[in-house]
Write a protein that binds this ligand. Sequence first.
Ligand code: PMV
Length: 361
Amino acid sequence: MTESDFMPGSYVNDTTSGAFTWKAPSNIALVKYWGKHGNQLPANPSVSFTLDHCATTTTLRFKKQEKFSETFEIEVFFEGERNDAFRPKILSFMEKVVVYLPFLRDYQFSIHTSNSFPHSSGIASSASGISALALCFMSLERELSGSMSEAFFYRKASFLARLGSGSACRSVEGGLIVWGAHEEIVGSSDLYGLTYPGEVHPVFKKYRDTVLLVDRGEKQVSSSSGHGLMNGHPFAEQRFAQASSNISKLIPVLREGNTDEFTRIVESEALSLHAMMMTGNPYYMLMQPATLQVIKKIWKFRKESGSSVCFTLDAGANVHLLYPEEEEKRVAEFINSELVVYCENEQYICDRVGEGAVFNE
Ligand code: PMV
């Protein structure tokens, strides 16, 4: 599909008011997206697990305006309270997608949003937040259009979410999601996320992700500045090639359920991502001392116990522990005895691979 396939056809219904609610999950990348070009296109393909508990729920209330407006008419509420801090991000998202959703200027919107994870936990809510809003807009577009296939509905929601915040396009459908064209993955595209079409061993369908909240502070360098620093980065081309090659290596690993090789790929990806931050210009570091302590503890525990637990990091100091469902009990004991001391206020979040976004009646 190309960008023009997402331009709307004619609308047949004249819906005047209503509301839609979607709950959209967060996701954690196994092979990382870091660097972009053009209109929010990834410099390399990435693969993620869709999460389950970490999610944003958004209700979009809409009312048709008397006449066409040049500006977007929105009011935003976060966890029940009016919140003007989120307005600029939402307005900028609407600006980016209005060409694909021209009805956005015809309505007054009231957007009510809340997160399942603690505010300022250091967990980015942009993927789940943008995805939930894209899905609400798509529900309205489907209503105006009269009919729309399920497949197109989700594909366009992912396409729109990508324009708001790259990795948000991987927060629509469940399981394993690929974003970015990869020659060995049929149907993969730079324009939207795709449910990984290859064979997946049962062990990876129920993988657990426990997020250790090592540092709940604001990031010193935002993801968008970080992506920008990949332009002209001395190792950029090698990094983009490495990510593609890691996806090639992951294909048999996912099929065969090879958790040892999964660990090597996923941990190497996390450290390569942070190595890019440390070797750019300007260089910076998002890991904290506690991040390193946790990583060393994981390596020691794995060596001594034969466990399959591994770690990954996103653009921050928090550590995601990934492990098979059957290891839930022993990893919980390990976390409580050895890792919880590194978490701010002893906080961590237990999550797992999820089924994707849900429409709330
Ligand atoms: O979608 P963004 O612009 O917030 O970038 C996300 C980047 C990483 O989380 C570090 C990697 C990824 O693929 O999710």
